[in-house]
Ligand binder design. Structure first.
Ligand SMILES: [Zn+2]
Length: 99
């Protein structure tokens, strides 16, 4: 399990704090994709979409996402989805060529 860290504002501590959340272990998914000949790409894409909210490392409370965090997350998800979609299309194209 990979963890992501970010500086976020905690309304309970009323200050900027270090926050963390569970993230996607892209190295593990890349290895699984290679070992399954590309089939794991779909699971990788699904796993990369599931994200917990940030949690304050000081008080442990779950933080409500800010507009900036939502925007950043949206563009990051968009780029990840496009890259994985291209890889899925390439995999299917290569599989069709073999038939
Ligand atoms: Zn806090």
């Amino acid at each position: 399990m990979a963890f992501e860290e970010s500086s976020e504002f905690c309304k309970y501590c009323n200050r900027q704090v270090l926050a963390h959340r569970k993230g996607t272990n892209h190295i593990l998914h890349l290895l699984l994709t290679v070992f399954t000949g590309g089939l794991w790409l779909i699971m990788w894409w699904i796993c990369s979409k599931e994200k917990d909210n940030w949690r304050c490392t000081v008080c442990g409370q779950e933080m409500e996402p800010t507009i900036e965090a939502l925007t950043k997350s949206f563009y990051l998800d968009l780029v990840t989805s496009i890259v994985l979609l291209i890889l899925i299309i390439v995999f299917i194209w290569q599989a069709v060529k073999l038939l």
